[in-house]
Write a protein that binds this ligand. Structure first.
Ligand SMILES: NC(=O)c1ccc[n+]([C@@H]2O[C@H](COP(=O)([O-])OP(=O)(O)OC[C@H]3O[C@@H](n4cnc5c(N)ncnc54)[C@H](O)[C@@H]3O)[C@@H](O)[C@H]2O)c1
Length: 326
């Protein structure tokens, strides 16, 4: 399917702005298309208008709407005004620790919010792509990585809300034949990610290193992450959204390589004295090993990551250096 009118929720956020860019530039190598009309909705709770400045004046970016996906009247009006044929649903409360401390907010935004959007998509018969997360998976020590058949086990309300929303998406595909896809990217990093609490470990470590501050490693630092560069994540998302073969599927995306947080800290900071181990706030929500097996995405979409961890770290460091005051 080549969509013509796309709604991107959470499009002023970190991954969202890269997804918007991928749409507006008509894809990347191996997957080119005529750019669709794009509408972004974001309540700016964790996103920023500045993330979209690069696209100001692009005629394909029809509107940026500052609003909440839970605002039913607003969302109904948006769907009435634009004939969306695709919803890329990325808006979510993403802070795992906050979800443990305040679970109601994450339920309302991530579960109820997804439900209301699904209803609108159903009424318009718009395809629906749901950005879930690798956090829904149970622990695995398998060196082949976690594939989509691996059992799920949620250790935080954030993960629980994502899995609940996935099940709603699955039900709308089953009951109404809605064209849906569920995406489970592994930890994603890159330019535009926040360098503080709501950001990701790579950006936080890079910022602190550049500022000459200490890097805090939670627990013993032996936990691993499979780090996906954000442009690869955006290309994966758009490919999956456009592919007939992805309809009704769950797809992982990851680099296929995991590093311990200790290794990551050493890769970023040359001074071992500035790497400190601190107690984990919520050790029960920690997933000890996260390694993606993304062979299904390669088989179904012809997608594979193109940016190495070292290259991705360098690009992110350069961006933080020029854009984030210290
Ligand atoms: N960053 C990662 O490592 C990662 C990995 C896997 C999945 N994801 C998922 O990808 C999506 C994007 O994550 P991100 O890292 O870019 O986070 P982000 O916080 O930068 O993006 C989410 C955006 O949604 C907006 N938002 C939140 N609640 C909203 C609401 N109720 N109404 C309207 N807008 C709302 C926020 O303001 C923000 O701009 C999320 O669904 C997240 O769960 C992220």
């Amino acid at each position: 399917m080549i969509p013509r009118h796309v709604l991107v929720t959470g499009g002023a956020g970190f991954i969202g702005r890269w997804v918007v860019r991928e749409l507006l530039r008509g894809g990347s190598d191996g997957h080119r298309f005529a750019p669709p009309q794009v509408v972004v909705v974001d309540n700016l709770e964790n996103g920023r208008r500045e993330n979209l400045v690069e696209f100001a004046g692009d005629p394909q970016l029809t509107a940026f709407v500052e609003g909440d996906i839970g605002n039913r009247a607003l969302m109904q009006a948006l769907f009435a005004e634009h004939e969306f044929d695709l919803v890329l649903h990325l808006a979510a409360k993403i802070n795992v620790q906050e979800s443990i401390d305040h679970p109601t907010g994450v339920f309302e935004a991530d579960v109820a919010g997804t439900f209301h959007l699904l209803e609108l998509a159903r009424q318009r018969n718009a395809a629906f792509v749901f950005m879930s997360t690798c956090m829904v998976y149970a622990r695995s020590d398998d060196d082949r990585g976690i594939d989509e058949n691996h059992p799920t086990l949620c250790a935080s309300p954030y993960a629980g809300a994502k899995l609940a929303a996935e099940k709603l998406v699955e039900a709308y595909h089953g009951a109404y034949g809605l064209r849906t896809a569920i995406l489970r990217p592994f930890n994603t990093y890159g330019p535009f990610q926040k360098t503080t609490g709501e950001g990701g470990v790579v950006s936080i470590f890079l910022y602190r290193d550049l500022a000459g501050k200490e890097l805090s490693v939670f627990g013993d630092g032996a936990q691993t992450r499979d780090l996906l560069y954000v442009e690869d994540c955006a290309a994966f998302t758009v490919r999956a959204a456009f592919a007939d073969a992805a309809v009704g599927r769950v797809l992982n995306a990851g680099a296929g390589r995991d590093v311990t947080i200790n290794e990551l800290a050493r890769l970023i900071c040359r001074d071992p004295a500035r790497i400190k181990h601190v107690a984990h706030h919520h050790p029960q929500a920690e997933i000890q090993r996260l390694l993606a097996n993304a062979t299904e995405a390669e088989r179904v979409l012809g997608w594979r990551p193109t940016v190495s961890l070292e290259d991705g770290i360098n690009r992110t460091r350069t961006w933080i250096k020029t854009n984030i005051p210290r």
